[in-house]
Design a protein around this ligand. Structure first.
Ligand code: UTP
Length: 798
C-alpha cells in the first residue's frame, strides 16, 4: 500500500487518517485506498506540499499592487509559476516559483523594495494536511455527544431544558457579539454620522444558538437628516469641512446623497467600509437579489457570519415581539430550541446562506407561536390581543403596519394552560400532522387561519380588508405553506418553501406524532437505551420507514399556480372548492391518459368526469358537517394518551391510506379556531379501467429530444402537444405489446385536515409481462406535471 503512514491499525480493523474513515478488514481497506476519495486527497496533499515547498509569503503590499507587478519583481530570483493574492484587502500574497532554489535566493536578499514599498518575505509555514470535517460530520459529532447526555436525564421536560442549555448563546458569546456591534458602530458613524447599528434576529431574540448569524440593521434615518441639514446650513464662518455639530463632512457622505441613492449603492459603500476599515472582516459580499438586499461578511477571529441590511425596522420590531413572547411564557424557549433542532436534523429548516426552499428559523418560530395560540387554553395570546394590552405610549406603526404590543411581559396575564413541555411538544407534531396547509393561510396576528379562497381572487382582497389590520398593499405570495408575518401582513414568511419541503415537514410531523405516542418517547429506558428526544433528533433518512405505499400518485393543490379565472371560480365555491378542484384534476388525468398517453380508458359505468353525477357522487361521499364542537386540543391528548398502550413504538406508515371510517379531527379548521369537522369519508370515485398497448414510457426522452431538434418534426405549441407527439411517434415506431397492460385508477381527494391533494391509487389487473412497475414509475413523475400544465391552461369553465 503506497502511503502506509495514513493507515493505522485499530481494535476494530483499520483507520485511514487521511480520509478519517474506519475500515473493518483488509479487503475493504485495499478497496478504500484504490478508491476516488483516497486518491483525490493524496493528490491534493501532494500538490499542496509541492506548492508550500516552492513558495514564499509576501506582506507589506498595498491593494494597488497588481499580480503582474509582483510576478515581474520576483522574476529576478527565478521563474515565477503563480502569484496568489489576498482578494479582500490586497495586503499579502503568495509567490510560487517553478524551482525550489529560487526560495533561498529570495530569502537571502536583505531588502525587497518595490514601487516605494518595503516588502517582507517569509518562508511558508509547514501545515499538516488535514481533511476539514464536513459540516454534516461535525453535526454528527454534536449529536453523538448529546445523545448520552439526554439519555441520562429523568424526563422529556428535563431533556428539553438541557437542549436550551446546550445550544443557547453563552454570556461570553453575547459579550463578544456586543463588542463587534460596538466596533462596527464606531466605524460606521465615521462614514455615516448619526447612523446606528441595531442587532436583530437570533443574536438577540432569545433563541440564538452557538455560531448563529449576527443580523444587523444599519439605521441611516438620522444620517439622512444630518445630510439634509448639512446641505442647507453650510455657513461661511464654519471651519471648512465641518457641519454644525462638529461632524466631519470629509467622509463618504460627500460622495453620496442618501435621499436619492439606491439601496444597492449604499450597500456597495457599506461593503467597501467593511473590507477596508474593519479588522478581521473578510468574505464581504453584497447580495442584491435577496428580498431585502444585504451585505454578508465573515469575522475571521470570532468565526462569525454577519449580515447588514438597510430599511429593516420591521425585523427589529418583530425581534422585540419574539423577546416579549419568551418573557411572557417560559415554556417557549425549550419548545423553540427543541423544535428548531429537530427541524435541522430532519433538513426541514435552516437554509444555508439564507436562500433556499427550507423553512427559515423565523417562520418555524412563528409556527410554534401559532400552535401555542391555538392550544386549549391558549398558551400565548394573539398579536391582536397583545395590541389591546399595550398602553398609549407603546403604540408603534412601521411602514403603515401596526406593530403595537406591550414593552414588558408583566402587562400580559399568565396563561391558564399548565401542560408540560413534553405534552406541548407532542401536541405541536399532532397539530401540524393534520394541518390543512393547502387550504389555509395562517395568521399569527389573529391566532387563526383564513381559508385560502379569501386570497385567491384579487377583487376579493378588497372584501377581505374589512379589518383595519388587513387594509394593505399587495396580497401575500401564496405557496404550499402560507404563514403571514404578524406585522407585515402582506408577507408570507414561508413563501420560499417548495412543495417538497412542505410535504416533508408534514410527513415528519406525522412520524414524530406517532413516535410521541410511544413509551419510548415518554419513559426513560431502564436499560440505557435511547429514549425521549433522542429518537426525534435522529437525522433525516436514518430512521427506516416501515412501509411505503408504492402505488399511489399524488397531485397536490397548488393554488399559486392556477390561472386567475380558475382561482376566482374556486373562490366562489367557498368550502366546496376542493370538490371543484378535484373534478378538474380528474378530468385532466383522464385527458392525459387518453389523449397524451393513448390509453384506452373506460370510465366507471354511467359515470364521467364531465357529468353532474360526478359532483353529486363526490359530495355524497364527502358529506362534511362543520360543527362548533368544543373539543379541545387537550382532548386529542387524552385520546393520544389512551392509545399509548396499544400503539406500537414504530414510525408512521408513510403515505399509507387512512381508514375511511368516521374519524373526528381535532385540528383547526380553516374557517375558525374552534371549528371541528366530522367526516364520513373522503371523496373517492369508482375506478377507471385502462388499457395500454404500447410501451409509451420507454425512450421518451430520446424521442422528445429528436423531435425538438428536427425542424420538420418539431411540434409547435404547448408541452402537452409535444408529449402527445412523442407518444404518437413511439406508437408508430414500436411494435404493439403482445399482451396489453391493464390497470385500474381510483381517484380520491384528500383534504379537510391534511393538505389538499388528489391521490390516484393504481393497481395492475393484467400484467403478465411484468411491465407495470416501470409504467408506474414513469407515471408518478409524468402525470402530476401534465395535470398541472393542463390546469394552468384552464379557463375556469367546468
Ligand atoms: P432567521 O430566519 O435567520 O431567524 O431571521 P433567526 O432567529 O435569526 O435564526 P438564525 O439562527 O439566524 O438562522 C432573522 C431575522 O430576520 C427577520 C426576523 O427578525 C428574524 O428574527 N425576518 C426573517 C423577517 O423579519 N422576516 C422574514 O421573513 C424572515
Amino acid at each position: 500500500m503506497e502511503s502506509n503512514s495514513d493507515i493505522k491499525t485499530t481494535p476494530k480493523g483499520f483507520q485511514c487518517t487521511l480520509c478519517n474513515v474506519n475500515l473493518p478488514n483488509l479487503p475493504s481497506l485495499e478497496q478504500h485506498v484504490k478508491g476516488r476519495k483516497h486518491q483525490t486527497l493524496s493528490t491534493v496533499r501532494h500538490s499542496r506540499k509541492t506548492q508550500e515547498e516552492h513558495s514564499v509569503f509576501v506582506s507589506g503590499i498595498k491593494p494597488e499592487v497588481s499580480q503582474t507587478e509582483l510576478a515581474e519583481y520576483f522574476q529576478k530570483f527565478g521563474s515565477v509559476a503563480d502569484v496568489i493574492m489576498d482578494k479582500d484587502k490586497g495586503l499579502y500574497a503568495i509567490v510560487q516559483f517553478s524551482e525550489k532554489e529560487s526560495i533561498q535566493a529570495t530569502l537571502s536578499c536583505v531588502e525587497h523594495q518595490m514601487k516605494g514599498l518595503k516588502l517582507r518575505i517569509k518562508p511558508r509555514e509547514k501545515k499538516e494536511f488535514k481533511l476539514i470535517p464536513k459540516k454534516s460530520d461535525s453535526d454528527k459529532q454534536v449529536l453523538d455527544r448529546l445523545k448520552p447526555q439526554l439519555c441520562q436525564l429523568v424526563s422529556v421536560d428535563a431533556q428539553m431544558q438541557f437542549v436550551v442549555e446546550r445550544f443557547q448563546l453563552g454570556e461570553n458569546e453575547k459579550k463578544t457579539r456586543g463588542l463587534l456591534v460596538q466596533l462596527l458602530q464606531e466605524v460606521f458613524v465615521e462614514f455615516f454620522p448619526d447612523s446606528q447599528i441595531v442587532p436583530f434576529g437570533s443574536s438577540v431574540n432569545t433563541f440564538g444558538v452557538h455560531s448563529c448569524d449576527l443580523d444587523l440593521f444599519l439605521d441611516l434615518e438620522k444620517t439622512k437628516m444630518f445630510q439634509a441639514h448639512a446641505k442647507f446650513t453650510t455657513e461661511p464662518e464654519k471651519g471648512e469641512g465641518m457641519s454644525d455639530d462638529g461632524h466631519s463632512e470629509d467622509s463618504i457622505l460627500s460622495d453620496i446623497d442618501l435621499s436619492t441613492a439606491s439601496p444597492a449603492e449604499v450597500l456597495d459603500l457599506v461593503s467597501m467600509i467593511l473590507k477596508r476599515c474593519v479588522p478581521s472582516v473578510h468574505k464581504v459580499n453584497v447580495v442584491s437579489s435577496a428580498r431585502l438586499p444585504v451585505v454578508k461578511f465573515h469575522h475571521r477571529e470570532l468565526n462569525l457570519q454577519g449580515d447588514i441590511t438597510l430599511n429593516n425596522r420591521l425585523a427589529v420590531r418583530n425581534t422585540r415581539f419574539l423577546q416579549l413572547c419568551s418573557g411572557i411564557e417560559d415554556r417557549l424557549r425549550p419548545l423553540v430550541y427543541t423544535i428548531r433542532y429537530w427541524a435541522k436534523q430532519k433538513q426541514l429548516a435552516g437554509n444555508p446562506s439564507g436562500a433556499g426552499p427550507l423553512l427559515n428559523n423565523y417562520a418555524l418560530t412563528l409556527l410554534i407561536i401559532f400552535y401555542l395560540q391555538n392550544c386549549e387554553p391558549p398558551v400565548l395570546s394573539t398579536v391582536d390581543q397583545l395590541k389591546d394590552m399595550a398602553c398609549e405610549e407603546e403604540e408603534c406603526v412601521i411602514e403603515g403596519w401596526n406593530c403595537t404590543f406591550p414593552t414588558q411581559p408583566i402587562a400580559v396575564p399568565i396563561s391558564k394552560n399548565t401542560q408540560s413541555l413534553s405534552t406541548l411538544l407532542s401536541g405541536f407534531f399532532s397539530f401540524y400532522a393534520k394541518f390543512d396547509f393547502a387550504g389555509s393561510v395562517i395568521s399569527v396576528r389573529e391566532g387563526r387561519t383564513f381559508p385560502i379562497t379569501d386570497f385567491l381572487s384579487k377583487n376579493k382582497d378588497e372584501e377581505a380588508t374589512k379589518e383595519p389590520s388587513r387594509i394593505h398593499h399587495h396580497s401575500p405570495k401564496l405557496g404550499p405553506l402560507n404563514l403571514l408575518d404578524p406585522f407585515e401582513l402582506s408577507h408570507n414568511v414561508a413563501g420560499n418553501l417548495n412543495d417538497r419541503t412542505q410535504r416533508c415537514f408534514q410527513k415528519e410531523c406525522q412520524e414524530a406524532e406517532k413516535y410521541c405516542r410511544s413509551l419510548q418517547y415518554q419513559r426513560k429506558s431502564t436499560k440505557g437505551k435511547s429514549w425521549g428526544l433522542v429518537r426525534l433528533f435522529t437525522p433525516h433518512g436514518e430512521v427506516p420507514h416501515t412501509k411505503v405505499e408504492k402505488l399511489t400518485i399524488s397531485v397536490p393543490f397548488k393554488s399559486a399556480l392556477l390561472p386567475e379565472a380558475l382561482r376566482n371560480q374556486l373562490h366562489a365555491a367557498g368550502d366546496g372548492f376542493r370538490l371543484l378542484w378535484f373534478q378538474k384534476v380528474c378530468a385532466a388525468v383522464e385527458s392525459v391518459l387518453k389523449n397524451v398517453l393513448r390509453c384506452h380508458v373506460t370510465p366507471p359505468t354511467n359515470f364521467s368526469t364531465d357529468s353532474e353525477d360526478w359532483a353529486v357522487k363526490a359530495a355524497e361521499e364527502m358529506e362534511t358537517t362543520s360543527s362548533s364542537l368544543s373539543t379541545s386540543l387537550n382532548d386529542s391528548y387524552d385520546s393520544v394518551e389512551s392509545q399509548n398502550e396499544a400503539s406500537p413504538a414504530g414510525t408512521a406508515v408513510v403515505g399509507a391510506k387512512r381508514p375511511l371510517s368516521p374519524d373526528i379531527d381535532t385540528s383547526v379548521s380553516p374557517q375558525g379556531k374552534k371549528q371541528r369537522l366530522t367526516r364520513r369519508g373522503k371523496p373517492k370515485l369508482p375506478a377507471w379501467t385502462c388499457l395500454q398497448r404500447h410501451m409509451v414510457w420507454a425512450g421518451r426522452r430520446k424521442v422528445r429530444r429528436e423531435l425538438i431538434k428536427d425542424p420538420d418534426m418539431r411540434p409547435e405549441g404547448s408541452c402537452v402537444q409535444v408529449e402527445s407527439r412523442v407518444t404518437a411517434h413511439i406508437i408508430e415506431k414500436e411494435p404493439e405489446l403482445k399482451e396489453p397492460l391493464e390497470f385500474k385508477v381510483e381517484p380520491q381527494v384528500v383534504g379537510e385536515t391534511e393538505s389538499t391533494k388528489a391521490v390516484l391509487h393504481l393497481e395492475p389487473t393484467s400484467d403478465n409481462a411484468g411491465l407495470f412497475n416501470n409504467f408506474f414509475h414513469f407515471l408518478d413523475a409524468f402525470l402530476p406535471k401534465m395535470v398541472e400544465t393542463l390546469l394552468q391552461n384552464e379557463t375556469g369553465a367546468v
